[in-house]
Design a protein around this ligand. Structure first.
Ligand code: KG4
Ligand code: ZN
Length: 396
């Protein structure tokens, strides 16, 4: 079956099309198209993502992203003569696009000029994320499903990040369903979430720990702002931290930030105290020298110590959970999984018997491909039905 998946939960407008096939212990996927249009350049000016601005950008870009994805998949065919869409169907589409009425005319004129693409189902992220942004994807998915007469599959964004580790550089990939790989533990670290999830079988999730305040990615972004670095902060901090580690004489021992909750018996996290520790350090340094942040060496030291702290806490809790739950496979996903140091530390501390998966750099951020794969599993699992409403706090 061909699945078209839509992702608009934050600042990427993303659409992918896959062809999914079922084998005994495997689901195999052919990537037909995968397009991401990033809003980072826009949000970076304001130091973060404003939901209404993200929504506007998604509406502006989504038809263009659809066109690119269909072209890539060879499913975009200009019709010989302009069609007229049946007025009844048109009014149904108008109704489902009532929240995004600026999209209606463009949607109709797009499909009056093109042939109906052969798609069997539409998957769409319904949460967690920014609700105004999520609604653009949902309304658009509803319009597509109404126009094409195909089912719609509501997908959890975090579930997408779990499946994001499977596609690699080739245009086909498989997801194993073999019982031997379970239980799986997933460390999900993104801009909005930090959680440890126990997976006994696909679609069977149990959250065993989560952040009590800031998410790991959020802490990276906030500390980056304190250091006068642009949004998103993760890559900026990790670049400076790497420079610090590369120094022959590394004097960052002078600076020590806490490792919050590292010894707590549970699997929860907390990053807001760490963020405050960084804030106070910078404030004290600025009191002595208001121009201190012009000194790159100070920024490198703070970045390294901060990154070490986050990674130590994430790794320590993950290792403990691997043991306690006798985990066979570890999956790390979400935007922060792009952090090279995190991957290095986790891979070198996990024992050889445990399989470790990280997504490719291209798929560590938000994308439609991961939603297509999660959508396929959701579609197969008839028992699990989700509402077609944006839910900013949707849980696994
Ligand atoms: O999953 P994602 O793309 O969006 C959400 O669903 O939130 O995650 C974005 C987060 C941002 O906070 C960003 O700073 C962080 O991922 N991030 C990183 C790195 N690359 C992106 N954090 C640490 N190191 C990185 N290399
Ligand atoms: Zn994400």
């Amino acid at each position: 079956m061909k699945i078209l998946a839509i992702e608009t939960s934050c600042d990427e407008t993303a659409i992918a099309i896959v062809e999914a096939r079922e084998n005994k212990d495997l689901a195999s996927f052919k990537i037909l198209g995968n397009e991401v249009s990033s809003q980072i350049a826009i949000h970076s000016k304001y130091g973060g993502v404003f939901p209404m601005m993200a929504k506007r950008e998604h509406s502006k870009n989504i038809l263009d992203v659809l066109k690119k994805t269909l072209l890539e998949a060879g499913l975009y065919k200009i019709s010989k003569k302009n069609k007229t869409i049946d007025p009844k169907l048109k009014s149904k589409i108008k109704k489902v696009l009532e929240r995004e009425d600026d999209l209606f005319n463009d949607f109709i004129s797009f499909f009056e000029k093109t042939n109906k693409p052969k798609i069997d189902a539409i998957a769409v992220t319904v949460g967690p994320g920014l609700e105004p942004a999520l609604w653009v994807g949902i309304s658009f998915a509803k319009a597509l499903s109404t126009y094409l007469g195909v089912p719609i599959i509501p997908v959890n964004h975090m579930e997408g990040h779990i499946f994001s580790v499977y596609p690699k550089d080739k245009n086909t990939f498989v997801v194993n369903k073999d019982k031997k790989m379970f239980p799986i533990l997933s460390l999900l670290v993104s801009g909005g979430h930090t959680e440890l999830v126990l997976i006994k079988d696909w679609m069977k999730y149990k959250k065993i720990g989560k952040t009590r305040d800031d998410a790991a990615g959020e802490a990276f972004d906030k500390v980056a702002r304190m250091l006068e670095l642009p949004y998103p902060g993760g890559p900026e901090i990790s670049k400076l931290a790497k420079e610090e580690r590369g120094k022959i004489t590394n004097s960052s021992q002078e600076l020590k930030f806490p490792r919050p909750m590292i010894n707590s018996k549970d699997y929860d996290f907390s990053f807001s105290g760490l963020k405050t520790a960084v804030l106070y350090t910078i404030r004290d340094l600025k009191e002595k020298n208001p121009k201190i942040l012009n000194d790159i060496k100070i920024k490198q030291k703070i970045a390294k110590e901060f990154e070490d702290s986050v990674i130590e806490v994430l790794t320590s809790k993950t290792l403990r959970a691997l043991k306690e739950y006798k985990i066979k496979t570890l999956i790390v996903g979400g935007g922060v999984s792009a952090n090279n140091r995190l991957e290095e530390v986790i891979r070198s501390s996990v024992d050889k018997e445990t399989k470790v998966f990280f997504p490719s750099k291209k798929l560590s951020g938000d994308n439609g491909l991961m939603i297509a794969v999660a959508g396929y599993f959701q579609f197969k699992d008839k028992k699990k039905s989700r509402k077609l409403n944006a839910d900013g706090n949707l849980s696994l």
